[in-house]
Design a protein around this ligand. Sequence first.
Ligand code: OAD
Ligand code: ZN
Length: 245
Amino acid sequence: MLKELAKIAAKCSSVAVLTGAGISAESGVPTFRGKEGLWGKFRPEELATMAAFVANSKIVWEWYNWRRELMAKVTANPGHFALCEMESMFDRFALITQNVDGLHRQAGSRNVLELHGNINRNKCVDCEELFEDDIEIDPSNLPACTKCGGKIRPDVVWFGEMLPAKTIDEAFIQAEGCELFFSIGTSALVQPAASLPLVAKRHGATLAEINPEQTPLSDLADFCFQSKSGEILPELIQSIRECRG
Ligand code: OAD
Ligand code: ZN
């Protein structure tokens, strides 16, 4: 099956990829859903919403500081590196991610569409002005926006918030225009990202999924690899290279 997909990929000039928490799982970043997932231990509405921040910014910041510390210790894995390599293998390549960990860039990918923001960036909760990001945030004494005095928050998308408009628009353009679309390490449940693979397929793209578990996408995908992304992606690249000779 891998060979068959590699043959198709070898002939493609435009590829789009959507990644989710699963691509970073082999780096040691916890996913959201599933047995060990963050949403099994924490309540999203108490930590990842504007209402939570307004009610208790200290708890919200303590949680984000904990995740920042965790992510500062991890490094990109073979799945991230394989996707970086893919960027140079196709005339048109888009890497769309729901992850906020920055590991795609760490692996060397240049053109990354971060749909849910980046956990290492800070912005003002009121005017959205970006704030310096190389600072430690004291949850009990939050810095104030230099423009309007508003509190500083992490630059991630919380539940109920809009995605950055330019980024999601570009993601849909890439999904509509690609010949091959990969959905990798995502439960394919959270909108609007979950629509991207469907849009790609509706526009005629071949759809491939990489996920050790079944998702709502699995039955619709043309190729479904129930494997870890860090294991199968390097093999796939090797196979595409062989097909191209
Ligand atoms: P989820 O935690 O919902 O799903 C992670 C997926 O990765 C699951 O389907 C796993 O089976 C799969 N997986 C686990 N290990 C893997 C591996 N080694 N290789 C490949 N796949 C693996 O994470 P997302 O789909 O990314 O949003 O969640 C989407 C959004 O929901 C997140 O961006 C976050 C969350 O609430 C916000 O915070 C806005
Ligand atoms: Zn401000």
